[in-house]
Design a protein around this ligand. Structure first.
Ligand SMILES: [Fe+2]
Ligand SMILES: [Fe+2]
Ligand SMILES: [Fe+2]
Length: 462
């Protein structure tokens, strides 16, 4: 039986708050582990998780640079001009941050930046489908659903039985302004020209009232200086009160599940990957006698370990065959991005560390942080073993699942070469058929969810 070194019980949801972590802190942190106790005030805010997700999604291509951030800011300012309530403005901010998250492929994300692009509603519906079941964002999901819906001389206020939210029309105009606005040009001249161009689309695409608010906004120079400013994220951070909305443990785990769908539902080959790892990791936690709460944090870490993959093009992740060295270099970025995203959730610093070290090897040959031996915490070692175990036991684009004997041989080889921790792999080997069943059951459930999700989004039409 593996015993985590040291004394005491780590309370995953009791981590001290600190400043926003930079990459350097990954190297300066003391060893984190289930044995370390840190005190009081676990706190992850809705703002932190949404912001981290949104910024990570925009890393995938420089052309997307801060697209979500810019649309969030402009939507908020338009809402302000229109006299919307504080809740409506905050919802606009959140919708701006998440509006294109349903565009899974890079091609789709880039085409969303074209002024006239075909079938714009699909990614909006996917985004809606992802977030509608997460209560803190259910009204934001409805705004996202219609964010390319034309005003159509007023008929756009309604779609079948749905009242199209006013905020969707605001978001639509903010999005179009944002994609046309070139931050490298002189901002005041730039916005004058862009607004003159957009005017021809009133009231076909844009509501006259919302466009009037935009004209009013054009007179406020600071708005356009803000939009072009490299400090826009700090500016947005100051205007919002969303920092004050904490997520409780249940909400955080639910949000982590939503993120898992975002990471894995891009492809049938990855659809069950993170939930499988999360369940296997949680079960190993149960086998070694960890508390329910400790198992929960291991589960969340498993769900979020590949979050950085949302910044990696699908064409590489789904490639049916070995990756080229150049493609592998790109794949190596994903745990780095996982750390960047999760470390912005200040109350989750240890979770960020564990999740992002899942490709490190004890012998130092892993990536991307080149940690070795004792520098790799227990949880990251466990996650690494779960990741390898699940990868061997699951279908891949280029091969079927491996036999139990094949899994055993491969894991043993990886212990011999000091890629994986021998004590942890020992737990896997001693419980191989149980963990295979756990993995299969988790995959079966997630496959059902995936089928339901695909069915909803593929039968969608607008
Ligand atoms: Fe969009
Ligand atoms: Fe957009
Ligand atoms: Fe990974």
């Amino acid at each position: 039986m593996y015993e985590a070194p040291g004394q005491g019980v780590f309370d995953p949801f009791s981590i001290p708050l600190g400043g926003i972590a930079g990459m350097s802190s990954l190297f300066s942190q003391p060893q984190g582990g289930l044995n370390d106790r840190h005190c009081v005030d676990y706190q992850v805010s809705l703002w932190e998780v949404v912001f981290a997700l949104s910024e990570t999604a925009d890393i995938v291509n420089p052309k997307l640079s801060h697209h979500h951030l810019k649309v969030a800011y402009l939507s908020y300012r338009l809402g302000e001009m229109l006299g919307l309530s504080p809740t409506q403005k905050e919802n606009l901010l959140l919708a701006g941050f998440l509006h294109d998250i349903g565009a899974f492929s890079l091609e789709e994300r880039l085409s969303a930046l074209d002024f006239d692009f075909l079938n714009p509603h699909y990614h909006a519906f996917v985004g809606y489908t992802l977030f509608e079941k997460f209560p803190p964002l259910s009204s934001v999901a409805s705004i996202i659903r219609f964010h390319h819906f034309p005003w159509n001389h007023g008929a756009g206020e309604q779609y079948r039985d749905f009242a199209v939210p006013l905020e969707s029309h605001i978001l639509y105009l903010a999005d179009r302004v944002s994609i046309l606005f070139n931050v490298h040009n002189e901002p005041l001249q730039e916005i004058q020209e862009r607004v003159s161009f957009l005017k021809q689309f009133v009231p076909q695409l844009f509501s006259p009232d919302i466009f009037e608010a935009l004209l009013e906004l054009v007179t406020k120079e600071y708005v356009w200086f803000d939009l072009a400013s490299p400090l826009l994220r700090e500016i947005v951070s100051e205007i919002t009160s969303l920092h004050g909305i904490p997520l409780n443990t249940e909400e955080f785990l639910l949000f982590a599940s939503v993120l898992t769908h975002l990471i894995d539902f891009r492809s049938p080959f990855t659809a069950t990957h993170s939930t499988g790892i999360a369940e296997v990791t949680r079960n190993v936690g149960a086998i070694i006698g960890l508390s329910e709460e400790e198992q929960q944090i291991l589960f969340a870490t498993g769900l979020l370990h590949d979050l950085g993959k949302i910044a990696i093009p699908n064409t590489i992740l789904d490639k049916p065959g070995p990756l080229s060295p150049q493609e592998m270099n790109i794949v190596k970025r994903h745990p780095y991005y996982t750390y960047q995203a999760l470390s912005q959730m200040r109350g989750c610093h240890f979770l960020a560390q564990w999740a992002s070290l899942h490709h490190e090897h004890l012998n130092g040959s892993g990536y991307p942080f080149k940690k070795k031996g004792e520098e790799i915490p227990f949880e990251a070692r466990l996650l690494a073993a779960s990741d390898v175990f699940s990868a061997l036991a699951e279908d891949r684009p280029y091969r079927g699942p491996m036999s139990n004997q094949g899994i055993k041989n491969t894991l043993e080889q990886m212990v011999a070469s000091r890629d994986l921790d021998g004590d942890i792999v020992g737990i896997f080997l001693a419980n191989l058929s149980t963990l295979c069943d756990v993995l299969k059951e988790a995959q079966r459930k997630t496959r059902e969810e995936y089928a339901h999700f695909r069915n909803r989004v593929t039968t969608f039409s607008l």
